[in-house]
Design a protein around this ligand. Structure first.
Ligand SMILES: O=P(O)(O)OC[C@H]1O[C@](O)(CO)[C@@H](O)[C@@H]1O
Ligand SMILES: O=C[C@H](O)[C@H](O)COP(=O)(O)O
Length: 948
């Protein structure tokens, strides 16, 4: 390698010590500065750690370009991007150091890359990561750095046994060093036993120095300041303990390498595991800046130093073999420290814990920096989430993020670890984390369906489904509309006879593709809707219409059998590990999307960017899904702001209905939960109580409403989802699914079940069965009647509502609304423009006067959406159920009951469950013309609110 200049640095080799550099950065390698240190200063190795990469990647402009280049090739999450750039740097450095490695026959010339500090307590994961990095770098002179925790010892031993070069880092205690050296020996011995070579294995034990003085000196200073009677003796130990500790570790090394056990290994070509002095830059500026180099020079050791210490030593270091000297003195120093109550074992334990924590924090900073660079490169291709919270809420969210980091919860969530939630069946319901991979695996089927729809010239696609199987496709239909030359996508999720009839009228049954969609296959509504439209299409076509029907259902469901028996054109299978409300990006959303002519491939690619933004590698502060979920969860639990109120740009406002189900059905249980409030027009700050958190769904750059600014100023938390394009709706789907899972964890519930929904279904079944048997629904009597309004309630609610006329009853009901309650209007009537407008008028009037949140729903649709929270969530809802005589009923071919009967049974069934859960509920039934009844009801509400 040529002759080196004679400097203190180059002279170190003469004392048997190799100097390594504790630094890496791309420009430093590319500009030849590393090579020049090798050439001029006899530099023999490089170490890196998460803090070093954090500084490099966080600050070096060259990394922005690197990230950009990588993202041009493929879409990657922050962790993968970091690893790609880090591995590239390590490989480059390995190439620069390779001549040293060859010249020293593998004694020097190493470059170290550290495993994720998050794995420090998990031997299996550490080993897996060590193997992975070893294979990925694939250079003989790379060393994989593993922190010296108790848990990692088996991983160290096994990695050595597998022939991986290992740098054991974060060593502070001699006892741990002894264990590490033992692990090294055992690893080598295992190889010998298997007849494998041990000559090519390099390993160092990174013993940390200055951090020990930092801690001990601070203890000394505190005691001196407190006029400790031992002040003089303590003072003498300042700056001495760390070096004494290192020197004693070296004695252990000498002892072991002199042992017959080692000699046996050495004869087989083993290299000693050298002590590498780490943490050797001086932290106390009153000390000599080369203190921890000069005092630890000795045979067969390494010292890794940052650039400024390297330069200082080159400039004025005084090399001399001092490591093996003063053994007795070192022993005495340690004895004195012990006698004076400076508890070194406790200090080293603390330092190990802090060291791991600091590397975790650095790793977080590093990944956060990469995530930010990724976001900058992606620019408008990635939807953004921003939070405008009060300081208090913000601090609580940040604290929750820290505890998620601490507990590795983001990683555990991705690992599908049920302990993130209730240790229940949650891990079986996380298939939605893989939706893009799954979707892409079936992309040909979606594209074939799309071609078929086009070729057959369908004018309409009618989806028959409920809840998770209908709400997502409805959002897509509303947002993307009808593509040119494509069919119109209709979504029918009602049993209201008028509504069914309206849909039947809106399509041409001879030119319609029908999609029957139900995960379970056993949901009543899609089944009866299928029966109805099968007959309709059959009549219109004059034959069996199987070729016009497609089923989407989970494998093995009863719907699958029906579809097979009826000769459906296609059956698309759902993933049983994805619950209904998390299924929009699975076949339940993608099949209707494909049929409607939407670009499924582009939608999946767009989703992937958000999946990666929420990746396990992205720390909470930069992870949109975690941030959003923690904000919602913490706002609800700690600040009782559980009314999640959506305010949306018009073009994407339909997302609210999907969000309602996701949030309510996922979290509204066990008496807790988030209560979604969708479609409530924005009001002045004074109409809101302090139970709200606003979620702005913003398309483009302008805020949805100036009113939001006033709300923010009034102290209400506002979370904004910024979408640059409507296509990013798919990113909103995913980020909200992820956030809901996170909020569920904060709430301490299982966000994937819907325990209370079933009860209404059971009650409904009882009623329809009774109808089938007797030809009528069981008798029920109103507790009051006033003109065209009749009132029903269970005994408890009836008692609370004793009144002689409609106005008195309604007044008594609304009088029960207290602060931070919400009102739910649950109307079992056709969901059309006029009726939506009616509900809007009434809810706004109630909100303006009573200052409570309002939900405006249509049955039976909401039963598969917010119904879970109304029954199982907090008992803060006051419900007005509205039913009416049907102007005309529709029979269902093959069933003993009609749509009207089903709807009535559903309303009664749900009311019974609401009542049994102690909810404040009242049913008002409109007889005669519906509009007249609605008008009267609205008039009465207005009068009550005016106090007239
Ligand atoms: O797709 P399926 O099984 O018909 O279910 C529809 C909806 O019914 C529920 O199971 C309960 O209402 C929802 O969770 C689900 O989205
Ligand atoms: O491997 C090297 C260590 O990570 C490094 O020397 C730590 O040094 P510090 O204590 O100065 O952070």
């Amino acid at each position: 390698m040529g002759r080196k200049p004679d400097t203190p640095l180059t002279r170190l080799a003469g004392y048997g010590q190799s100097i390594w550099l504790d630094f890496i950065r791309r420009d430093f390698i590319e500009e030849g500065r590393l090579a020049s240190l090798v050439k001029e200063d006899a530099l023999k190795g490089v170490t890196s750690n998460p803090a070093i990469f954090e500084q490099a990647i966080g600050q070096g402009a060259e990394y922005e370009e690197a990230v950009q280049e990588l993202l041009c090739e493929e879409s990657l999450p922050a962790g993968a991007l970091y690893e790609a750039v880090a591995v590239a740097d390590i490989c480059q450095a390995c190439r620069v150091l390779r001549p040293v490695f060859d010249e020293t026959s593998g004694r020097d010339g190493y470059v170290s890359l550290e495993v994720s500090p998050y794995l420090a307590d998990d031997a299996e994961a550490t080993l897996h990561e060590a193997r992975r990095l070893w294979q990925r770098v694939n250079q003989p002179n790379v060393m994989i750095k593993i922190p010296a925790t108790e848990a990692a010892l088996p991983a160290i031993e096994q990695a050595i046994a597998e022939g991986i070069n290992v740098n054991i880092t974060l060593l502070f205690a001699q006892s741990m060093y002894e264990n590490v050296l033992e692990a090294y020996l055992r690893g080598l011995e295992a190889r010998v036993q298997r007849g494998q070579s041990i000559a090519q294995i390099g390993s160092v034990a990174s013993f940390f120095v200055s951090r020990i003085d930092g801690r001990i000196d601070a203890m000394i200073d505190r005691r001196i300041a407190a006029r400790d009677p031992q002040a003089d003796a303590l003072k003498r130990l300042r700056g001495k303990v760390a070096i004494a500790n290192a020197r004693m570790a070296y004695q252990h090394y000498l002892h072991v390498v002199a042992s017959p056990r080692w000699q046996a290994l050495a004869e087989k070509g083993a290299q000693t595991q050298r002590l590498l002095w780490a943490s050797t830059s001086t932290k106390d500026k009153t000390y000599r800046d080369v203190l921890y180099v000069e005092e630890l020079i000795g045979e067969d050791t390494v010292n890794t130093v940052p650039p400024h210490t390297l330069e200082a030593f080159r400039d004025h270091g005084v090399p001399q073999a001092r490591l093996a000297d003063h053994v007795e003195q070192s022993r005495l120093i340690l004895e004195d420290a012990d006698r004076l109550g400076l508890d070194l074992p406790a200090v080293t334990t603390t330092l190990l814990g802090e060291g791991v924590a600091a590397f975790k924090a650095a790793f977080d900073g590093l990944l956060g920096a990469v995530a930010a660079r990724r976001e900058a490169v992606l620019g408008g291709r990635l939807m953004r989430v921003s939070l405008a919270l009060s300081d208090e809420l913000d601090n609580a969210v940040v604290a929750a993020g820290k505890s998620w980091t601490q507990d590795g919860k983001v990683r555990r969530l991705w690992e599908r670890d049920a302990s993130v939630w209730t240790n229940g069946p949650e891990s079986k319901w996380l298939g939605w984390l893989d939706v893009v991979k799954d979707g892409m695996a079936h992309i040909n089927a979606y594209e074939a369906l799309q071609r078929e729809v086009k070729e057959r010239g369908y004018s309409d696609v009618l989806l028959l489904a409920m809840g998770g199987s209908s709400l997502g496709p409805e959002v897509l239909a509303e947002i993307f509309g009808q593509v040119s030359d494509g069919p119109k996508l209709h979504v029918l999720d009602s049993t209201d006879p008028q509504q069914v009839a309206s849909f039947a009228k809106a399509i041409d049954p001879t030119k319609t593709l029908f999609i029957v969609s139900s995960k379970s296959g056993s949901t009543l509504e899609p089944n009866i809707l299928f029966a109805y439209f099968w007959a309709l299409a059959g009549t219109a076509l004059g034959r069996k219409p199987g070729d016009r029907f497609v089923a989407v259902t989970d494998p093995g469901s009863s719907l699958e059998t029906v579809a097979q028996d009826h000769g459906f054109a296609h059956i698309f299978h759902g993933n049983p590990e994805i619950g209904g409300r998390y299924s929009v990006l699975s076949p339940f959303g993608l099949t209707p999307a494909a049929a409607a002519g939407y670009d499924v491939r582009a939608l999946l690619n767009c989703t992937q960017l958000m999946i990666e933004a929420c990746d396990a590698s992205v720390p909470p502060v930069t992870n949109p899904g975690i941030n959003l979920g923690l904000a919602l969860g913490v706002a609800a639990t700690t600040f009782r702001r559980d009314k999640v109120t959506f305010v949306a740009s018009e073009q994407i406002a339909s997302l609210g209905a999907w969000l309602e189900q996701l949030l309510a059905e996922s979290t509204g249980k066990s008496g807790t939960g988030l209560i979604p409030i969708d479609g409530e027009p924005l009001g002045r700050p004074d109409v809101y109580s302090d139970d709200r958190i606003f979620v702005e769904l913003r398309l483009g750059h302008e805020p949805v409403s100036p009113g939001l600014k006033a709300l923010r100023e009034a102290g209400h938390p506002v979370v904004t989802l910024h979408l640059d394009t409507v296509e990013q709706i798919v990113q909103a789907f995913f980020v909200f699914e992820f956030a809901t899972a996170v909020a569920g964890s904060v709430l301490g519930i299982d966000p994937f079940d819907q325990p209370d929904v079933e009860f209404s279904k059971v009650e409904t079944r009882k009623l329809t069965k009774a109808y089938a048997e007797t030809g009528r629904l069981p008798e029920e009597a109103p507790f009051a009647k006033d003109g065209n309004l009749a009132f029903y309630a269970d005994e408890r609610n009836h008692e609370a509502l004793a009144g002689k006329d409609a106005k008195a009853i309604l007044k008594a009901h609304f009088d029960r609304v207290g602060k931070n309650d919400y009102i739910g209007l649950l109307a079992y009537i056709e969901r059309n423009k006029a009726h939506i407008a009616w509900e809007q008028t009434v809810r706004v009037a109630l909100r303006e006067q009573l200052h409570v949140a309002t939900a405006a729903q249509f049955g039976p649709r909401f039963l598969h959406s917010t119904g879970q929270a109304y029954k199982g969530g907090p008992n803060s809802g006051v419900f007005l159920q509205i039913t009416a005589d049907d102007a005309a009923d529709l029979s269902i071919p093959g069933y003993a009951y009609s749509f009207g009967v089903v709807k009535a049974a559903q309303a009664r069934g749900d009311f019974d469950v609401l009542a049994s859960r102690g909810r404040r509920a009242l049913r008002v039934h409109i007889t005669g013309p519906l509009q007249a009844g609605l008008d009267r009801l609205a008039q009465l509400v207005t009068e009550i609110l005016k106090g007239a």
